[in-house]
Design a protein around this ligand. Structure first.
Ligand SMILES: *Cc1c(COP(=O)(O)O)cnc(C)c1O
Length: 368
């Protein structure tokens, strides 16, 4: 491959000295569950997000699941989710025994279409769960206004949006709670699984601290049936190093995105649309073409690795084959799944590599 989709090893090598020192610090501390390193990351990430609290957990899926559970979501409840998302968003709902109710995306932004949310609300709806897909903020003001009208809570899935801004303010404190993943490939990535919830709600944060730690505040005193889902201090130490570089790495992503947008503007591809109020962080750079599979194959032959986010939408997965309440056929989400293609983007793609992607793409779509 001349241009890999994402080079995680390069991310480590750039910060090797700092990361190695952080890892050694944890190993030598003799303290390996929660503790100072996790506390320090939580304070630093809450500050970065402009939120009062950050609670570190074991993964992005756990962040979503525990946040929903802490909001009281359980069997018989419904949670409104985007039809177009990674399956984790839906699984967090089903893990609570509740039902994910999908709403179609706006075909321009690929994010949940706020205008279609109200029609999906029922007596059982408890939470709206928008996703900031590809690092592009969803239209939060419109979504939060609907939630206020129906007395619902809002949980944001920000697994792809570290550092993104909505109307000038960083994602992380707009809605009731915000779930984060630090999966290695995310904009802020650990070297294994890790996640967190940020919130301004003191009671919710406290409930999450108990839920992640066996339902316990004091060792061997268990108030509720909890989970073991604690942020690992080794991951916390590495995330502290990487957090200091997040804005700079997001800026590098943005310059690759700006180049792609300009260099591919005269082609038949449908390029990402950025609403006026959004400052995206380009977790993914997703283009559309009706003959996507041919384009991808030609790019691969030219040494360009691309991925599809996501080839099978949750409603077409066997995992959700028994879900009755899919009120609409979800044609937009299905069409996007057939047409989307993610180009290489990241803080360690050189400008020369981005140029190679553009040249290969121009060759790939000619005469299609
Ligand atoms: C990555 C991701 C998750 C899940 O995060 P994990 O840390 O892998 O559990 C959830 N939602 C979205 C949109 C994601 O991209």
């Amino acid at each position: 491959m001349r241009v890999p989709f994402l080079d995680l090893r390069a991310a480590y090598l750039e910060l090797k000295a700092e990361i190695d020192a952080a890892v050694a610090r944890v190993l030598e501390s003799g303290w390996y569950i929660l503790g100072e390193e996790v506390d320090a990351f939580e304070v630093e990430y809450a500050t970065y997000c402009g939120a009062r609290h950050c609670v570190g957990v074991a993964s992005g899926l756990d962040a979503l699941h525990l946040a929903l559970h802490a909001m009281g979501v359980g069997p018989g409840d419904e949670v409104i989710v985007p039809a177009n998302t990674y399956i984790a968003t839906w699984l967090a709902v089903s893990q609570c025994g509740a039902r994910p109710v999908p709403v179609e995306p706006d075909p321009q932004t690929h994010n949940i279409d706020p205008q279609r949310i109200e029609a999906a609300i029922t007596q059982r709806t408890k939470v709206l769960l928008p996703v900031h897909l590809y690092g592009q903020p969803a239209d939060l003001d419109a979504i939060i206004a609907i939630a206020r009208r129906y007395e619902l809570r809002v949980l944001e899935d920000a697994a792809q949006a570290h550092g993104a801004r909505y109307k000038g303010k960083r994602i992380g404190a707009h809605a009731d709670a915000i779930a984060w993943s630090f999966y290695p490939g995310k904009n802020l990535g650990a070297v294994g699984d890790a996640g967190a919830v940020t919130t301004n709600d003191d009671a919710l944060a406290e409930r999450l601290r108990v839920l992640r730690n066996y339902g316990s505040r004091v060792k061997y005193v268990n108030e509720v049936r909890g989970w073991n889902s604690r942020l690992d201090p080794l991951q916390a130490a590495i995330l502290r190093v990487k957090l200091a570089h997040l804005d700079e790495w997001n800026t590098r992503r943005a310059s690759i995105a700006a180049y792609y947008l300009q260099a591919l503007s005269e082609t038949d591809l449908v390029l990402p649309h950025v609403p006026r109020w959004a400052d995206p962080v380009w977790h993914l750079f997703v283009v559309r073409h009706p003959l996507r599979d041919v384009v991808q194959k030609r790019l691969k032959e030219d040494g360009i690795q691309t991925l599809i986010h996501y080839p099978i939408p949750p409603h077409r997965q066997l995992a959700f084959a028994d879900l009755e309440l899919i009120s609409e056929p979800l044609l937009t989400a299905s069409r996007l799944a057939d047409e989307v293609l993610s180009l290489p983007i990241g803080p360690h793609i050189s400008f020369e590599q981005a140029e190679q992607v553009v040249v290969a793409m121009q060759r790939a779509i000619v005469n299609l």
